[in-house]
Design a protein. Structure first.
Length: 260
């Protein structure tokens, strides 16, 4: 068993606190950006546009993630305390909300420059596991989104939470949604799936959602929601929806059908 007593603050410069979560966002975006620029994008036009796209991407992640969390996971609280929606430093981000935010800004950006939106969505899908990996490691450092009690030999005691041995569900997600998903998408990239824009996006939705659905069985649900229909968590219910959407997207793109 491992004892987690990490400080959520990585370091401090005078009165400015630099947290692991902030560093995770920065590392994920910068490494994902360079991965796309150096390892994936071959078209010079797309490469130049991708630099401008990063700004839109950051806005979509932050706004979508925060609004998604407020709407999906803690609506009652934020209706009573609307000003706190803007206090993102207090925590509370939804991956699925961030994903929707990214899709929206990508559609807007692609229409502005008259480029197929799925080209950029595929690039985001290819690089997202990098950001997800660092994000889940930051969750672990912050002792948040922790797992259910267990006597499993890989259990972790989060001393800032309680004295109970728990599944390190954040690390399970870092491996499955980060490393393993990255390798899966890399395999399909080598099979030239990027040649049909939209296929990689569909595969990302399918595999990410499957992994998220599985890990949620080991993770403590959000206390304000608990378990919902069929004893599933909100994360699992949304994941089932995204699996369905991913299958539809992959089918239509693989059949060369048009999705507007």
């Amino acid at each position: 068993m491992f004892t987690n007593n990490f400080d959520p603050i990585a370091f401090q410069i005078f009165s400015l606190e630099i947290r692991w979560y902030s560093l995770a966002y920065i590392a994920g975006i910068l490494l994902g950006w360079q991965y796309c620029k150096r390892g994936i994008i071959k078209n010079p036009k797309i490469s130049n546009l991708f630099d401008d796209f990063i700004t839109y991407l950051i806005i979509g992640i932050i706004l979508g993630g925060r609004i998604g969390y407020a709407l999906l996971y803690n609506l009652k609280y934020y209706l009573e305390n609307p000003i706190e929606i803007f206090m993102i430093w207090n925590g509370g981000m939804s991956f699925h909300g961030g994903l929707i935010g990214v899709v929206i800004v990508t559609i807007f950006f692609s229409k502005k420059y008259n480029v197929d939106k799925f080209i950029f969505l595929d690039l985001v899908a290819m690089s997202s596991p990098i950001g997800i990996f660092f994000g889940r490691i930051a969750n672990f450092m912050n002792s948040e989104l922790y797992g259910r009690p267990t006597e499993f030999f890989l259990s972790v005691k989060f001393v800032s939470i309680d004295n109970i041995s728990r599944h390190p569900s954040q690390l399970y997600e870092a491996f499955l949604e980060g490393i393993f998903l990255f390798l899966i998408l890399l395999y399909f990239k080598k099979k030239n799936y990027l040649e049909k824009p939209g296929l990689i996006s569909g595969l990302f939705l399918i595999f990410y959602s499957i992994f998220r659905f599985i890990v949620e069985f080991f993770r403590v649900p959000d206390k304000q929601l608990g378990y919902l229909i069929f004893n599933l968590s909100m994360g699992q219910i949304i994941s089932l929806l995204f699996i369905f959407l991913g299958i539809i997207l992959f089918y239509f793109k693989n059949e060369n059908r048009q999705i507007n």
